[in-house]
Ligand binder design. Structure first.
Ligand code: NAP
Length: 282
């Protein structure tokens, strides 16, 4: 048996086409601002990809590059400026920030109406309460990939390895909100394999290359590999793809799985925010 590959590139492309079609009907231009503090090479590359995605769907995008010595107060003031602008409907602050800056304080300066990453306390709190909100991009992309299997999430046992708010914790909530039974695992979990072997849906977001091996996976499981590590300049996931694909029912590749879907969900969130904003102005 060989697992069916969940192709994130293809699904993301389909989503961008849908966005272009939607935009033709709506006749406005969504605007996304990305703020970068410092010049971390990986962040610069991620931002470039985001800008290119915006071009593909004809969104307006701006990158605000601030020097590494920017103070928290100055960054907050900059965000407040963007909060006030009518032509910017979504924004995000590219992580990581310099150690001198409190990430949470910065994120929560973004008005929830412009929170393209879905990471403000208001949006995360709404996710917790299963209320309509802007949901974080990577978990939302993961749900779309799971939906691609055509199998129902309800009643399934989902195991999330990793509990960061950005990925593991939020995707667990999204699965719970869809009536999966959810187990969270993390660095203090004892007998991890015992948990992962029970998963109908296994989401792995730990950043440890090829950590999940075939013996840790239930036959026929849907395996979502979120991790990205660079080994000898190659992107490697948290799952040992070549052996796990022989036992899983569905599996995401790295690269080409969750990554492109994360970016597609950023576009969807921005379109959603712009639509609501124009609705408010109308
Ligand atoms: P993070 O904030 O560092 O969280 C890592 C999580 O993994 C923590 O909850 C940690 O547990 C857990 N963990 C670490 N070692 C473990 C082990 N041996 N066994 C079980 N759990 C373990 O990382 P993140 O932001 O969630 O990202 C995780 C990975 O996903 C990274 O490789 C990142 O690059 C990637 N990522 C990819 C995308 C994408 O779009 N493809 C988006 C975001 C992140 P504790 O809580 O106990 O410390």
């Amino acid at each position: 048996m060989s697992a069916e590959i969940l192709n994130g590139n293809r699904l993301a492309q389909r989503i961008r086409s849908q966005i272009r079609r939607e935009l033709k009907k709506r006749k406005f231009t969504p605007g996304l601002a990305v703020i970068q503090v410092g010049d971390d090479a990986a962040s610069t590359l991620y931002i470039k990809h985001k800008q290119r995605d915006c071009e593909k769907v004809h969104f307006h995008s701006e990158v605000h590059r601030l020097p590494v010595e920017t103070t928290q107060a100055a960054l907050i003031q900059h965000i407040e400026g963007l909060n006030a602008r009518q032509d910017i409907h979504g924004m995000l602050v590219q992580m990581p920030l310099p150690d001198t800056i409190d990430e949470r304080a910065v994120i929560d300066t973004i008005t929830p109406h412009k929170d393209a990453d879905g990471l403000t306390l208001v949006n995360l709190g709404s996710l917790l309460l299963n209320r309509e909100c802007i949901t974080p991009c990577t978990p939302t992309g993961i749900i779309r990939l799971i939906e691609l299997t055509g199998e129902s999430i309800e009643g399934k046992h989902a195991v999330c390895v990793g509990r960061s708010p950005l990925v593991g914790k939020s995707v667990g909530l999204m699965l719970l909100n869809r009536n999966a039974t959810v187990t969270y695992c993390h660095s203090r979990t004892k007998n991890l394999a015992e948990q992962t072997q029970k998963a109908d849906i296994l989401v792995v977001a730990i950043g440890k290359p090829e950590f999940i091996t075939a013996d840790m996976v239930k036959t026929g499981a849907t395996v979502i590999d979120v991790g990205i590590s660079y080994v000898a300049h190659h992107a490697v996931g948290d799952v040992k793809f070549d052996e796990v694909k022989k036992v899983a029912g569905f599996i995401t590749p790295v690269p080409g799985g969750v990554g492109p879907m994360t970016r597609a969900m950023l576009l969807e969130n921005t379109l959603k925010l712009a639509t609501v904003s124009y609705g408010r102005q109308a």
